[in-house]
Design a protein. Structure first.
Length: 424
């Protein structure tokens, strides 16, 4: 056997032993409060008040619980949605109160432990695709209200689909090692020196909103990097770039409008963020949206992008393609049409350090979400069947470097890769 193979096996064995020791330590440590985790068959919890159920429904919206826990074409909250990760596929669980396949035999203590400690009712360690690294900050009173609301739903019998993870990531031992390195349970603590609005916004963004799950880069082990700064990063296997959420987002009311309607004067929600607005943020109160905006505006501004400028030939080609296919809607100077087509000049999404989102929109088109404040959004048609890779790269670079935009150019190879991924 080669020395490299031996070293790999020894490292893997050490990983699994460390994980087994971590699991044993977690189990021996137990829960300080000796929680009641199981309900007896037929046992019913104490009835919740109308106010508590209303609060829980609102918090479920804030956390976009239905978005992840509803499969396409399936029953709401019944789980089954497949989430692609670099380590394999994870299927969301059933949150309805079905006693056999859902939360019917769970207790408030068990639900709290799942959010706060990332452990299931039977003690298994949960995968962080369920964002307990952020949900650990949720206050107990909010967890109880959320659980009460989920218990009020109609039960749906929907057995869990098995995860499809590669070895060793499909082992509890490996997960214990990951948790020991990257997870610490910790309830939300407001800052005494910050105003109430800032604290409310920070609580929503860092906790139930779990914004860091998308808007932070991840390392090779899938852990968020500089989570509190929300510097943005590529979303694994989705080929969307989640932008930084720090300073430079514009006026607070513009951000509130984006979260409520899906569009603002300089941006529109697309891709995964369109789903977040559609299912979650459009339903939040004005006070909460303003609080989130107030908090996000205090984060450090993202670093200015730097990169290659488009070659003269590409710039001419990009201008020609823009005139033929884009100017009619977005304007000769990228000014857009208020109330219809978004401006490209000064558009924050256009100026991201990574051009993936622009390329995807040109290739496949898309719509902002249909919301109460924007029920009939104007969309963009796909151009994948009309334009070559070179044309798409040229027009993307032209848009990213015209009318004051100063983002890096897009290369033909980037368009080719994006097109090939769409075919897979």
């Amino acid at each position: 056997m080669r020395k490299s193979s031996t070293r790999w096996l020894l490292a893997l064995a050490g990983l699994l032993l460390a994980g087994a020791a971590g699991i044993a330590w977690l189990n021996l440590r137990g829960e300080a409060s000796s929680p009641q985790l199981f309900r007896a068959p037929g046992e019913v919890g104490a009835p919740a008040s109308a106010a508590m159920l209303e609060k829980g429904a609102y918090l479920a919206r804030a956390g976009n619980c239905m978005g992840c826990h509803t499969a396409q074409g399936g029953k709401e909250y019944a789980g089954g949605r497949a989430m692609q990760t670099p380590f394999g596929v994870i299927h969301a669980s059933n949150l309805t109160p079905d006693p056999d396949t859902g939360l019917g035999r769970w207790t408030p203590d068990a639900f709290w432990r799942a959010l706060h400690h990332g452990r299931s009712q039977d003690g298994r360690l949960l995968y962080p695709a369920f964002p307990y690294p952020q949900y650990t900050r949720v206050l107990r009173e909010d967890a109880d209200a959320l659980f009460a609301y989920l218990q009020s739903l109609a039960p749906v019998h929907a057995p869990a689909k098995p995860h499809q993870l590669t070895f060793p990531f499909n082992t509890q031992a490996a997960l214990a090692v990951w948790r020991a390195r990257y997870f610490r349970a910790g309830e939300w603590q407001p800052r005494a020196d910050a105003p109430a609005e800032w604290n409310r916004g920070a609580y929503l963004v860092q906790g139930l909103g779990h914004c860091a799950a998308c808007h932070s880069a991840r390392n090779s082990w899938g852990a968020s990097v500089e989570e509190g700064l929300l510097r943005g990063g590529m979303m694994a296997l989705q080929d969307w770039y989640a932008p930084a959420l720090g300073g430079g987002l514009g006026e607070a009311q513009d951000l509130v409008r984006l979260l409520r309607t899906g569009v603002s004067s300089t941006a529109s929600a697309s891709g995964p963020m369109a789903e977040v607005v559609f299912r979650s943020t459009q339903y939040l109160s004005t006070d909460d949206l303003q609080a989130m905006a107030a908090y996000l505006q205090t984060l450090p501004a993202p670093r200015a992008p730097a990169g290659p400028v488009a070659r003269a030939g590409d710039a001419r080609l990009g201008a020609k393609v823009y005139t033929q296919h884009c100017a009619q809607c977005h304007g000769e100077q990228g000014e857009g049409r208020p109330g219809a087509f978004i401006a490209l000049a000064g558009n924050r999404a256009v100026n991201l350090p990574d051009g993936s989102n622009v390329v995807r929109m040109v290739l496949q088109g898309g719509y902002p979400p249909a919301t109460q404040g924007n029920p009939r959004p104007h969309g963009m048609p796909p151009f994948s069947h009309q334009l070559s890779d070179a044309q798409i790269a040229a027009v993307s670079s032209f848009v990213r470097q015209s009318w004051g935009n100063m983002a890096p150019a897009v290369g033909t190879i980037e368009v080719y890769r994006a097109r090939e991924k769409r075919r897979q």
